[in-house]
Design a protein around this ligand. Structure first.
Ligand SMILES: Cc1ncc(COP(=O)(O)O)c(C=O)c1O
Length: 383
């Protein structure tokens, strides 16, 4: 049996909507992008959403719009995808890492305040695997120190902490619609922003710094645009939006299906001594993005290899950012700097987890996992 690591959920509705978008006047950022932004704002309960080319560009633009630059410090965790910290480096800011908690893999908030200096400007929490951080505590800490919050919500569209959704308490929350995300346009992203002025600034920055977009030049009387600030080319376009709208419309239905799949895995794997699940805070609604389990680091590589050879797509989320060659070479990070993130990285293993996964595939994965563990234990497999 061959089980892909991920399969998207794009169907007839998306194809029909893209077809319509292709026959429309606007292929670029036009009315369909506006419709997507409105729907996303409604779903999240925020005032504005800004469609961008990727979550990476969203994080970068958010920091730029908050005027983060040389000499400023941005706090995040090393147990994330490299895009989180890269976005701060693009601005010329210094990255300050805080280790994560062992239970959830999210930023350890008991360490956060110790890392704040008079140069700190932004806290960038990452809602790992779709489990939201304690945004209330982050807001309190940020409020006391006068800091901005930019959420890396690449994994977490559907998630909540204590009924609070991404973007509701922070300055900006950035989402990813990359090929393996819960809703996808291949590449894509959006920023949820409550502050109207910040949203306006983001819209200018995402399109060359122009004070009029093609849509406003078309819908309103023609007027020459000016470029008051240096901007970038990170606008979402209508074909992406057309792909995303039907997925956003059924996001809660798919979430229920993913909850069922999660529960099925958990039912059969929870009582296996060698396997641990992450335990995020109790008062969250998980977004169910990634299903990452933990095993003894001594057998993790052997088990991944076993699953792969049995046709099961597996992945590692993540090798910590501070141990990436560029980060080691440039900033002098070394093994042992963030021990919890490093331990989690050595023990983590991500399993296939998507709404198209069939029950018989889930049971094949469970059976193969058990068999792999048994063979590794019996010493018949090298780890
Ligand atoms: C935690 C995290 N942050 C940021 C990103 C970047 O997203 P994008 O590929 O849309 O730029 C990703 C993508 O996988 C991610 O997992």
């Amino acid at each position: 049996m061959k089980i892909e690591f991920f399969k998207h959920n794009i169907g007839k509705k998306e194809i029909a909507r893209v077809n319509k978008a292709l026959r429309s006047l606007f292929l670029t950022t036009g009315p369909e992008t506006g419709r997507f932004e409105e729907k996303l704002s409604d779903y999240l309960g925020v005032r504005n959403s800004v469609g961008v080319y990727s979550c990476t560009s969203g994080l970068f633009l958010s920091l730029k719009a908050l005027e983060i630059g040389e000499g400023d410090e941005v706090i995040t965790t090393p147990f994330t995808f490299v895009a989180t910290s890269n976005s701060a480096l693009y601005c010329g800011a210094k990255i300050v890492f805080v280790d994560v908690e062992a239970e959830s893999g999210n930023m350890d908030l008991s360490l956060l305040e110790h890392r704040i200096t008079d140069r700190t400007k932004v806290i960038m929490p990452v809602h790992l695997y779709g489990n939201m951080c304690n945004i209330k505590t982050i807001k309190e800490i940020a409020g006391k120190a006068g800091l901005n919050i930019v959420e890396d919500s690449a994994h977490c569209i559907e998630g909540e902490f204590d009924g609070i959704k991404p973007g509701q308490l922070s300055d900006a929350a950035c989402f990813s619609f990359y090929a393996t995300k819960n809703i996808t346009s291949g590449e894509g992203g959006a920023i949820a922003v409550n502050d109207d002025e910040l949203a306006d600034r983001l819209k200018v920055l995402r399109l060359h710094g122009m004070d009029k977009s093609a849509l406003t030049r078309y819908t309103e009387q023609f007027a020459v645009y000016d470029v008051p600030v240096l901007g970038y080319k990170f606008n979402m376009f209508d074909i992406q939006a057309a792909l995303l709208i039907p997925q956003l419309e059924r996001i809660e239905k798919v979430w229920l299906k993913k909850r069922q799949i999660f529960e099925e895995y958990k039912k059969y794997l929870d009582n296996i001594e060698e396997i641990q699940f992450h335990s995020p805070a109790k008062n969250i609604k998980p977004a169910y993005h990634l299903l990452t389990i933990r095993v003894d680091p001594a057998i993790r590589d052997g088990l991944m290899d076993y699953l792969y050879r049995k046709g099961i797509g597996v992945a590692l989320h993540y090798k910590p950012v501070h141990l990436m060659k560029y980060y080691r070479d440039t900033f002098g990070y070394k093994d042992g700097d963030f021990p919890v993130a490093e331990y989690l990285s050595r023990s983590s293993l991500t399993l296939p987890f998507y709404s198209k996964l069939k029950k018989k595939q889930i049971h094949y994965i469970i059976k193969t996992l058990k068999q792999g563990l048994f063979e590794l234990k019996a010493g018949s497999l090298k780890s």
